[in-house]
Design a protein around this ligand. Structure first.
Ligand code: ZN
Length: 452
């Protein structure tokens, strides 16, 4: 049986094949608008299933609703139990304005050492890396003690009701193992010349808040006879903009700031000042500290009015709210009621989409991920910090099942994470990151599962 170095060399030699697989997956537009029918994840699953079949690996596609496939593939081990789950998702967020993109968003154009397209980074890159890692294990006949599961879910971008949320309820056995690795971490950060990786140990929760603002309609030529809900909405938005969230520095990241040469003992009293100082030298760390020290309330959509000459009687403002692990729905409601107290005609509806979750940082799996990354990069001097992600991922469905789950995509340190533009215009992934990610996945699975 070849050793790990030989397997990692095979991944490096398969770069063109890895790029071709990623390009093919990005070219399938599995856009999830959040409103059914949407997603169209099944064609992505079918492509991956057929690709795996050519490697002699069987996979199933499980659908809660038509065309909303979840891909589950398996390499069995001697014990009959699964030891590790490779997680990813097959849906992508919509494209807001295609004309602003440098390349058409589903062209998967290769330029500047990167593959450009919606979903290139989030999350088809990780899916590609995991498919290749699985195939290389199989090609070399690597015998496993515990099995490897690859699970790529639908609907991650809209709450997972057709994906991991459903799998965790209805197909728990198919996706459960002691350990899982998913998106939501693995960002390389350079600080003072040293390489630091962020390991995703948890995530903030997300709530979608609908603020209903009621007024009274009238003809727009005599506006004083009505109550203009749009003007009240303006007041509401100003108050949200001025909102000062409670500051908190209890997240584990704040215990590791010396890794970034930040020697302050941070507290709610000085955190904003430390962020401001760090902003100049290390904007990505500053942004991380900002996200992990407060709840955010972000207005994202507004709907209202029926005609240009009618005073609107109803306006709806949608907000995206991200909470810290110790905050909950009741806290959000109290805060919003206080902020909007003096705005007339306000009602608040909350859809609690994702609870915050976290895994401990000191585990065997964390150590093995560090080892895998060191092997993949052939580099020893890597520092690690635990971070709660500001976004949420499907990991939150796994942690309550007792699965230790980390976010680690294994991006290459030569690729600037600022270019990934996840959910934005010109999303892309560096080819070096794609290959390194496949190496990390392979090294982790080999270390954790292979019969030695
Ligand atoms: Zn994602």
């Amino acid at each position: 049986m070849p050793d790990l170095d030989e397997l990692l060399n095979q991944v490096e030699a398969a770069s063109d094949e890895i790029v071709a697989l990623e390009v093919a997956l990005v070219q399938i537009p599995s856009i999830n608008t959040g409103v059914m029918p949407t997603g169209d994840e099944t064609p992505v699953c079918e492509y991956a299933r057929d690709w795996l079949a050519r490697e002699g690996i069987e996979a199933d596609i499980l659908e809660r609703a038509p065309n909303r496939g979840n891909l589950i593939a398996r390499l069995d081990g001697r014990s009959g139990n699964a030891g590790l789950v490779f997680m990813s998702h097959t849906d992508v967020v919509p494209v807001e304005d295609e004309s602003k993109w440098r390349f058409p968003p589903f062209s998967a154009t290769i330029a500047d050492g990167r593959i450009h397209g919606r979903g290139a980074f989030d999350c088809k890159g990780l899916l590609t890396a995991q498919l290749v890692a699985m195939a290389v294990l199989r090609r070399n006949g690597v015998e496993l003690q515990d099995g490897l599961v690859l699970a790529s879910g639908a609907d991650e971008e809209h709450g997972g009701r057709y994906g991991f949320g459903w799998l965790a309820q209805e197909h728990r056995d198919a996706i459960t193992a002691p350990c899982a690795i998913n998106e939501g971490g693995g960002t390389p950060i350079y600080s003072g010349g040293a390489l630091t990786y962020v390991l995703g140990v948890g995530e903030k929760g997300r709530l979608q808040v609908e603020i209903q603002i009621k007024g009274a309609s009238a003809h727009a030529s005599v506006p004083w006879r009505g109550e203009n809900a749009l003007l009240s909405a303006g007041q509401a938005l100003q108050r949200i903009e001025a909102y000062q969230p409670e500051l908190d520095t209890s997240a584990s990241l704040f215990d590791y700031l010396s890794t970034f040469a930040i020697e302050h003992q941070v507290s709610p009293a000085n955190i904003d000042q430390v962020i401001q100082e760090t902003e100049k030298t290390n904007p990505s760390v500053a942004s991380l500290m900002r996200g992990l020290s407060r709840m955010t309330i972000t207005p994202t959509m507004v709907r209202g009015g029926i005609k240009s000459n009618v005073v609107p009687e109803s306006v709806q403002v949608t907000c995206d709210v991200r909470i810290l692990p110790h905050q909950d729905e009741a806290y959000v409601r109290r805060e919003l009621e206080r902020v909007l107290e003096e705005v007339p005609g306000v009602g608040i509806e909350i859809d609690y989409m994702a609870v915050p979750s976290s895994s401990p940082f000191e585990t065997d799996l964390a150590e093995r991920i560090k080892t895998a990354a060191a092997r993949a990069l052939d580099r020893e001097n890597i520092q690690w910090v635990p971070a709660i992600s500001t976004g949420f991922t499907d990991s939150r469905f796994m942690r309550p099942l007792g699965v230790t789950t980390y976010g680690f995509a294994g991006s290459h340190p030569d690729d600037d994470p600022a270019h990934n533009r996840v959910h934005g215009t010109d999303e892309s992934i560096g080819i070096k990151s794609l290959v390194n990610s496949a190496k990390c996945m392979l090294a982790l699975a080999y270390d954790l599962l292979a019969v030695k």
